[in-house]
Design a binder for this molecule. Structure first.
Ligand code: ADP
Ligand code: MG
Length: 474
């Protein structure tokens, strides 16, 4: 996947000049993050990390990823409505994983009470890497699908302009003109706006549920601004604000500080550390309400790694999407090998296989946000310790994807400029809205390319490992 800028990669002076232009362009375009030292303060901001150059992406795989996104939207939505499937699939996991168990308890409780919510909004991001097969032909393989708090749709809407300018500075205007426009923040906002409209209360607000530490606020502001531009009011609140001031009326309408809330957009609530006991109570209150949750708790559960692994079993997709044979084929084509570690003969065999050849696999717990997976020797040690214990069922095993590295420069504040061997991960944003049983919106809303140095096995942008990038189709 050679990009047409191998020639300039080793040209020190040209690279240094381009990097200076790139950083200023990023600041001007709003590719911003708050600093680690002052994460809740916009007095000091920095550019979000990004690659100096766009990375080559095979156009056929890029198109394949877009073409399957509506299928994935439909699939996630179907899983979220399939109580039996979620129950059966997560049965072993919730015995050993407290976090998933807690989410599942809320899911069960709101179903028992009867769902007050009738409009559903999904915003997800399906992530892929390009596996280089035995003959070197790259294949699109899904890493995971994020069904809650999928981020960087805002900032990445602004990286194309930066990379376009860099290419021009490096004497490549033709290539600059080939970069694809990309604006996920608009697509996400359109979905939120549609849900808000269907909720049907013009004075109601959209509530962004945000973390205590808000370094990535500008990414969220991109979506917020799109909503304000459509005259849809947005408030930002934390779980603790909901705990203190949120309430439901007799029709389970949600109120915050006297304002009715039409849509709750979670940019929080995806990892155990987001939850104190009070925050769990706040989550329950939100889930019980009539407000459109993005996502509702069932959709969050649909995004667990355990569900991903069960989807790869023969026949499962067919059962979940009856009458959609072509969608099933497109979805399955993106699956890497996934293996259950449930107790029993099948799980025993999988554990033994991984221990014998750990470098072929990734061991994944039910966690989000990067930095949780196990690889190589560590994978072997952990699995050896738990191979006979039910604890192993809190993990799934996955084939390790091996993309071909390419050279690039990763630009980070306060870091030296140096060339790195890198691999990329492509994400496609999906947005859908369902009213009752009818999907009224189902779209792919743009893409995100993240690139990291090969020495890091794991970790996203927020984890400080990957950086924002722009695909250059080849
Ligand atoms: P998280 O929910 O923490 O983002 P992921 O499944 O996306 O979990 O894994 C985190 C990172 O680990 C990915 O961004 C990717 O860099 C790496 N990774 C995950 N699965 C694989 C895999 N099967 N092969 C190679 N790398 C992987
Ligand atoms: Mg991920």
């Amino acid at each position: 996947m050679a990009a047409p800028w191998e020639d300039v990669l080793r040209d020190g002076p040209a690279i240094r000049e381009a990097a200076a232009v790139a950083v200023d362009a990023a600041l001007l375009q709003g590719v911003l993050m708050r600093t680690e030292g002052q994460p809740n303060d916009s007095d000091v901001v920095n550019f979000a990390p990004f690659t100096l150059l766009p990375s080559a992406v095979p156009s056929a795989l890029f198109e394949q990823a877009y073409a399957v996104q509506q299928d994935f939207n439909m699939l996630v939505d179907a899983i979220s409505q399939n109580k039996e499937f979620l129950e059966h699939t997560l049965a072993s996991t919730i015995k050993v994983d407290d976090f998933t168990a807690r989410l599942f308890r809320i899911h069960t409780q709101v179903l028992e009470e009867g769902l007050a919510q009738s409009v559903f909004l999904g915003i997800n991001r399906s992530d892929y890497m390009f596996d280089s097969g035995v003959d070197g032909t790259p294949a699109l393989k899904q890493i995971e699908i994020n069904t809650i708090a999928a981020s960087f749709g805002g900032l990445t809407s602004r990286t194309v302009a930066v990379h376009g300018q860099v290419l021009k500075v490096l004497g490549k205007p033709q290539e600059a003109s080939r970069l694809l426009p990309n604006n996920p923040s608009r697509g996400l906002a359109l979905g939120i706006a549609k849900a808000w409209e269907l909720y049907g209360s013009p004075s109601a607000v959209v509530m962004f549920l945000v973390e205590e530490v808000q370094r990535n606020i500008f990414d969220q502001r991109c979506v917020e601004n799109e909503l304000w531009n459509r005259n849809i009011p947005v408030i930002r609140r934390r779980f603790r604000d909901v705990f203190e001031k949120g309430s439901l009326d007799e029709a389970k309408r949600l109120y915050m500080d006297g304002k009715e809330v039409a849509v709750v957009y979670y940019r929080e609530g995806y990892v155990p550390s987001n939850y104190s006991e009070q925050n769990w109570e706040a989550r329950l209150l939100l889930e019980r309400s009539r407000a459109v949750k993005c996502p509702d708790i069932a959709t969050q559960l649909a995004g667990t790694k355990k569900v991903q692994q069960e989807l790869s079993r023969p026949g499962t997709l067919e059962r979940l999407l009856p009458g959609h044979a072509e969608a099933v084929t497109r979805i399955r084509a993106t699956f890497a090998g996934l293996y259950s570690l449930d107790m029993g003969a099948e799980g025993d065999k999988v554990a033994a296989m991984a221990i014998a050849d750990p470098d072929r696999f990734v061991l994944k717990p039910q966690r989000e946000g990067g930095g949780n997976n196990l690889y190589g020797e560590e994978l072997r040690q952990v699995l050896e310790k738990i191979r006979d214990s039910p604890q192993r069922t809190s993990y799934i095993l996955m084939d390790k994807i091996k993309p071909r590295p390419a050279l690039n420069y990763l630009l980070r504040a306060h870091s030296p400029l140096q060339v790195s061997e890198c691999v990329s991960e492509l994400g496609i944003f999906g947005v859908y809205v369902r009213q009752g049983s009818e999907l009224v919106l189902n779209e792919a809303a743009g893409h995100l390319l993240r690139t990291k140095a090969v020495e890091h096995a794991d970790g996203g942008v927020a984890a400080g490992v990957a950086v924002l990038d722009t695909p250059f189709l080849v």
